[in-house]
Design a protein around this ligand. Structure first.
Ligand SMILES: *[C@@H]1O[C@H](CO)[C@@H](O)[C@H](O)[C@H]1NC(C)=O
Length: 122
């Protein structure tokens, strides 16, 4: 799957999450928005080297701002990122995943990746 294909797949997942939004509609909508915000990061996360684009960093900063005051929100965001990234896990570059928040000057208390343990978030 090419970069465009991957992005379309993530948009489709986000749309499905919106359409299927049930019992916890708020978390599902938050997850869909989060996915759309982080789509600009897909290129960086799935290639070697390079650096995240401004659009990607805006998404990461939004994620930080939207979750910094609430542990519940951080756990929800973590579960969301985990499930989304699982769909492209085979293509993720682990060192870029690890480096992303720092490169965007954001200090997340968890990493943006498929192997994140959301229950250990603080
Ligand atoms: C991941 O990216 C780093 C540099 O950002 C590179 O050195 C490494 O080879 C890449 N790993 C894979 C599996 O592509």
């Amino acid at each position: 799957m090419g970069a465009v294909g991957r992005k379309m797949a993530l948009v489709a997942v986000a749309m499905a999450a919106l359409l299927l939004a049930e019992p916890s509609a708020e978390a599902a909508i938050m997850c869909a928005v989060l996915q759309l915000r982080l789509i600009p990061c897909v290129d960086f996360l799935t290639t070697a080297g390079g650096s995240p684009t401004d659009a990607c960093c805006r998404g990461v900063r939004w994620l930080y701002g939207a979750t910094k005051d609430s542990l519940t929100d951080r756990i929800a965001a973590c579960s969301c990122i985990k499930s989304v990234s699982a769909s492209i896990a085979g293509e993720l570059n682990a060192s870029n995943v690890e480096a992303l928040p720092g490169l965007c000057d954001v200090h997340l208390s968890y990493s943006i990746g498929p192997s994140t343990d959301c229950s250990s978030i603080q």
